[in-house]
Ligand binder design. Structure first.
Ligand code: C2E
Ligand code: MG
Ligand code: MG
Length: 756
């Protein structure tokens, strides 16, 4: 726009300049032409007159000279005959030259004088000729005549020289005029060239401006036509004056049945148009049409009596906004509502004074799945678990909703005054829903749930406190390695603090040499012979005294401390076994417990081999115990892990057998040597028929799989007898010995070596 204003201001000036330079150019052209003419005239005159005159004067001069020379020769030779023979021809030539000259320059007045001089020269010549013919020759008289003729010839020559000078001056004048004329011509031509350049610049500039303007006008004209947005022009009565092709296109897309593109405009526009036009106002609408979200804007021009409107399809934008708000409140992996949505909903319930419970669901072993099978598999596990849990919730048909927090954590928000009982029932349903293995990418994975609950308003009236308390309950349960549901109780806050302190101390335990191994004997039931010992770790805490592994192994697992700790235990146990062998004690198998995390560590076989090499213990004297639950987490991986360990030549046992959800099909594929019946069955088999049945089944199973069977936790003779009757191979328990420090065990062993 600014360009156009500038242009209109400068155009008269530029036009004036153009005309002026055109005039100058024309004047210069005329001047150059006249100059050229003058130069041409002068050159012509020089060539036609002055040069011809000079030639003619030269001819005359040579005729006069010839005549003087002939007289001098006559005087000198006195050969009158010779002179007389040529005299007539000479005279004719001279007269001819004089006539030519007269013709060339009729106005030259001095010519008569020259003719007179010639006449007189001829008289003296004739007199000399006569003297020279007379005998004797009068030399004085002849000399007088010669001198007189010479003198006249000199005068004629002087006259001719005068003429030559005259022509020379005129030629010089012509030359000077020619010179200045040529110079002026050159300057004129240069000025003309400049003027032409100037003119050409003007022409070029104007042409360019015209082009620019044409393009601008074309662009402006195309603005509505090519606009991808629908653009309209409306009359005061809402009549459609103009709709661009984009409007027509959108009409065809959205409302093909409508008569014109005006159908895209909001319905209320017509009613508001007169008022908008009166006030020269503008307005905007957002509305839905044929499933699309549209935005229309209008602005009215009072002076022209028209309104311009545009329409935009903002469906994609609205969709993106909806998606964003969905993403903000939902978990990307499972599409369940997320922690934020949970907190919003909880706040609302608390504001409304409702009662209910928060259940935090921990998907046990999920962490180790991610570590060994990767995050993609982890995501599959989460999705499958979310589906199972959602189905269980739907089946429960109460007012509860499932959320996904981060990692392996889910949550359920329960709203019922009877939240204690309801959460108990729901927890059972949720756990049962996870009993069946998840079949993912050809792998069967079993997960258990640990649930922590807090109830409102019982455990708090604000969301933050309730969340912390549900977390405390869950944490407590996880530390006890427990599954199922734990409700918050006030002592948990205190215990959570203690757990934190314990963790800090545990980090120092190994560097401060506070760990120690105890050994519990394992005996052959039939013969009573010692077959091996199980290494059981102890922590001599400076303040707490001897801490049970049940209290710190789960913590070591959770913090990852188990890996360096497990390596220390393995090395210590092997070193001890080797020391006893070297001390001459009876050979015994050293059984070492492996935690789930250790078992899943891909570097484990290499580490075991290295320790065996270091300590020199033969592989067959080492037995590794893996709990049933650790082995069953990822069955395929467990098989591979066990095979790698078996290849080393050591023995493998499944610990706490009967407590997990063993897949019997897989059990047969595990390369095992031994099953250890969990002590809970042993403890109750003399009183509970169901436990006795289980022990009996386990004996049959071990037989079937050709595995040795050991019962742990044998405390009484009754248990021992029953186990013997059932056909159990080995026993371990307080009945024979508690776990003992190495020195005490050594004494125990020595006592056994000589049982007699
Ligand atoms: P576990 O491997 O099943 O070990 C047997 C547990 O039963 C031991 O408890 C032992 O003291 C106890 N026990 C043995 N005989 C009897 C009995 O007659 N009656 C009763 N009531 N208990 C008996 P402990 O030493 O407290 O170990 C608990 C668990 O901690 C172990 O169970 C094992 O899973 C774990 N653990 C112990 N040491 C280690 C270790 O070095 N590494 C790993 N990863 N875990 C260990
Ligand atoms: Mg064990
Ligand atoms: Mg055990």
């Amino acid at each position: 726009m600014a360009d156009a204003q500038m242009e209109s201001r400068f155009t008269p000036w530029l036009l004036g300049l153009f005309l002026l330079s055109l005039l100058i150019l024309l004047g210069l052209a005329r001047f150059v032409w006249l100059q050229g003419q003058g130069i041409q005239d002068r050159v012509q005159r020089l060539a036609a007159e002055d040069l011809a005159q000079l030639v003619q004067i030269n001819r005359l001069r040579s005729s006069f000279m010839e005549q003087s020379l002939a007289l001098q020769r006559l005087y000198a030779t006195a050969d009158a005959e010779d002179f007389g023979r040529n005299q007539q021809a000479r005279r004719e030539r001279l007269h001819q030259h004089l006539r030519d000259w007269r013709q060339l320059c009729p106005s030259c007045g001095e010519l008569d004088r020259l003719a007179q001089l010639q006449g007189r020269i001829e008289q003296h010549g004739t007199a000399l000729f006569d003297i020279m013919r007379s005998k004797p020759i009068d030399w004085d008289a002849s000399r007088t005549e010669l001198y007189a003729a010479d003198d006249l010839a000199m005068q004629a020559d002087a006259l001719l020289t005068q003429w030559v000078d005259g022509i020379g001056a005129s030629t010089e004048r012509s030359r000077q005029q020619l010179h200045s004329g040529t110079r002026e011509l050159v300057f004129s031509v240069l000025a003309a060239v400049l003027a032409i350049l100037l003119l050409a610049s003007f022409v070029a500039y104007f042409s360019w401006r015209l082009l620019v303007e044409a393009r601008l006008r074309r662009r402006l004209a195309l603005f509505p036509e090519r606009n991808p947005l629908p653009v309209y022009s409306l009359a005061a009565d809402a009549r459609l004056l103009y709709a661009n092709p984009a409007a027509e296109h959108m009409r065809q897309q959205l409302v093909p049945e409508a008569a014109d593109a005006g159908a895209l405009l909001p319905a209320e526009l017509a009613a508001q148009l007169p008022a908008l036009l009166r006030e020269q106002g503008q307005a905007e609408w957002e509305y839905e049409l044929a499933g699309a979200s549209l935005q229309a804007g209008i602005h009215c021009l009072k002076d022209l009596g028209v309104c311009h409107a545009y329409v935009r399809d903002i469906s994609a934008q609205r969709q993106a906004e909806r998606q964003l708000s969905h993403q903000a409140l939902h978990d990307a992996v499972t599409d369940l509502a997320n922690r934020r949505a949970f907190e919003d909903e909880l706040e609302q319930m608390l504001d409304q004074g409702r009662s209910g419970a928060i259940l935090l669901l921990h998907l046990n072993r999920f962490h180790s799945i991610i570590k060994s099978l990767g995050h993609a598999m982890g995501d599959q596990v989460l999705r499958a678990s979310a589906e199972r849990l959602s189905q269980a919730l739907t089946a429960a048909a109460d007012d509860s909703r499932l959320f996904r927090f981060e990692g392996e954590l889910f949550a359920v928000l329960l709203t019922t005054p009877d939240s204690l009982d309801a959460s108990q029932a729901l927890s059972r349903q949720l756990q049962q829903s996870m009993l069946q293995p998840l079949d993912l990418a050809g792998r069967e994975l079993v997960f258990t749930l640990s649930l922590g609950a807090s109830h409102f308003p019982r455990d708090g009236k604000d969301a933050d406190r309730l969340m912390r308390r549900a977390h405390s309950a869950l944490q407590q349960l996880l530390q006890a390695n427990g599954e199922g549901l734990l409700h918050f109780s006030p002592e948990m806050d205190q215990r959570a603090l203690e757990w934190l302190e314990l963790e800090q101390d545990l980090r120092q335990a190994q560097p401060r040499d506070e760990l120690e191994l105890f050994y519990q004997p394992q005996l052959d039931l039939a013969s009573g012979w010692l077959t091996g010992v199980e290494a059981l770790v102890r922590w001599r805490h400076p303040q707490r005294g001897l801490v049970s592994p049940a209290d710190f192994i789960p913590l070591a697992e959770e913090t990852g401390l188990i890996l360096p700790m497990g390596e220390w235990i393995l090395r210590r146990a092997c070193t001890q076994a080797m020391a006893w062998r070297e001390a001459g004690l009876p050979p015994l198998v050293m059984a070492v417990n492996l935690s789930a995390r250790q078992f899943q560590d891909p570097g484990l076989p290499e580490l075991v081999q290295q320790i065996l090499r270091e300590t020199g213990l033969p592989a067959e004297w080492l037995e590794l115990e893996i709990t049933e639950s650790a082995a069953m987490q990822d069955l395929d991986q467990a098989i591979q892990g066990l095979q790698a360990l078996q290849a080393i030549g050591l023995q493998l046992a499944i610990d706490d057998f009967g407590t997990g959800y063993s897949s019997l099909a897989y059990l047969s594929r595990f390369p095992l040597d031994k099953l250890k019946i969990d002590q809970s069955f042993v403890r109750q088999m003399t009183t509970e028929a169901s436990d006795l049945t289980i022990v009996r089944a386990l004996v049959a199973l071990a037989r079937g799989l050709n595995l040795r069977l050991i019962a742990e936790g044998v405390e009484t003779s009754e248990q021992e007898q029953l186990l013997q009757e059932l056909g159990c191979d080995q026993v371990q328990g307080y009945k024979y010995s508690r776990p003992l420090p190495s020195a005490e065990l050594e004494a125990f062993l020595r006592g056994l070596t000589n049982p007699a």
